[in-house]
Design a protein around this ligand. Structure first.
Ligand code: ADE
Length: 353
């Protein structure tokens, strides 16, 4: 058996002392590790933790996911974003029940056949759940290794070949789960993107970025501005109910429920956009409006400016498969994008009522 490199022993020692006590670190159940890793691809540990705990309580195993209606899964996922991932979990769970007796397979080429199992998720489940020697490269790992090796440039997959070579050289033959999680943990807690804490780093003696005083400019900081999107939202009420509709099955936030509305076209006023959207989406005329609130919401690539309006329309829109009149209590059964949730709070508790 090959001996550990200094890099690896420093890392594992640091991890033993500094690892956070996270709920998915108290299990070796491949199902739970899979769910945690999918959640962690899109958000921080702090944000993912309550979602993970709620999910595992409602769906303790693969079978319970396979049996659940998609809407219930989406509702539990609500607020995490990237809803396609929840749909993939549903499809994968059904396949695991059908083809693998409800147990995640431990062979990487079988895992890779499941929806949503790309290199990251496959590597994470293989190494963390099954203890197999599989590297994983996420944003934290990429940043750590780019700094250690003084790889200039943006943090993109263009550097992954060198990063994987480095990981291959240093990955131990046991404790793979700790090795991979330690790299991510170091990136999250110490080797942070904007404020690296090199004084706390177990690898600073071998870190070339630190040695050259370049830790703040490696990787090249992201400067790409977010694209601004302006949209209007119509809140239509009937007594204690509001009107919502389901988004198309494909595209951004697919299948979630929302208030009617849409993007403001170039040169259009907010009211002009409201009238047009209501006519196009619901075949109704806008009779009167009252401004409700404006909010900003940040997605990976967009900064969305939403302007929500209380609207009186004629005729009253009709409910069908994809359109519903719902009370506040009923709204809980309809998965909605996070930005809509903030509007709901205002609709039911704001000064208008
Ligand atoms: N990010 C992704 N997976 C992680 C894990 N298992 N521990 C810490 N951060 C992570």
């Amino acid at each position: 058996m090959t001996r550990q490199t200094a890099f690896t022993s420093n890392l594992l020692l640091w991890y033993r002392k500094n690892a956070r006590d996270l709920p998915w670190r108290q299990t070796s159940d491949p199902y739970k590790i899979w769910i945690s890793e999918v959640m962690l691809q899109q958000t921080t540990v702090t944000a993912a933790t309550p979602y993970y705990q709620r999910w595992i309580k409602l769906f303790p195993d693969v079978q319970s996911v396979a049996r659940a209606p998609l809407q219930k899964l989406l509702h539990t996922w609500q607020g995490l974003g990237y809803y396609q991932r929840a749909k993939n979990i549903h499809r994968a769970a059904k396949l695991i029940v059908e083809n693998f007796e409800g147990q995640l397979p431990s062979a990487p080429d079988q895992l890779r056949t499941l929806p949503g199992f790309g290199p990251y998720t496959t590597g994470a489940v293989m190494s963390i759940a099954f203890g197999k020697r599989h590297p994983i490269v996420d944003a934290n790992v990429r940043r750590v290794v780019m700094r250690i090796l003084l790889i200039h440039g943006k943090a993109t997959s263009a550097h992954d070949c060198r990063i994987l070579n480095f990981l291959e050289e240093h990955m131990p033959h046991k404790n793979i789960s700790s090795f991979n999680q330690a790299l991510m943990e170091l990136g999250a807690l110490v080797c942070r993107s904007r404020t690296p804490q090199c004084q706390l780093c177990p690898e600073r003696k071998i870190c070339q970025a630190y040695q050259h005083g370049k830790e703040e400019i490696i990787p090249t900081p992201q400067t790409k501005p977010l694209e601004d999107v302006h949209a209007v939202i119509a809140v239509i009420r009937r007594g204690q109910k509001v009107f919502i509709q389901q988004r198309p099955e494909k595209g951004l936030l697919a299948g979630l429920w929302e208030f009617p509305g849409g993007k403001i076209d170039p040169g259009e006023t907010k009211l002009g956009a409201l009238k047009r959207e209501l006519r196009e989406e619901l075949f109704v005329d806008l009779k009167s409006v009252q401004h409700l609130l404006d909010i900003r919401h940040f997605y990976t690539k967009y900064r969305v400016h939403l302007s929500a309006w209380n609207c009186v329309v004629n005729p009253e829109p009709r409910a069908d498969e994809k359109h519903r009149w719902v009370t506040r209590a009923q709204l809980k059964q309809y998965p909605m994008p996070a930005a809509n949730l903030r509007i709901i709070e205002q609709v039911f508790t704001g000064p208008q009522r």
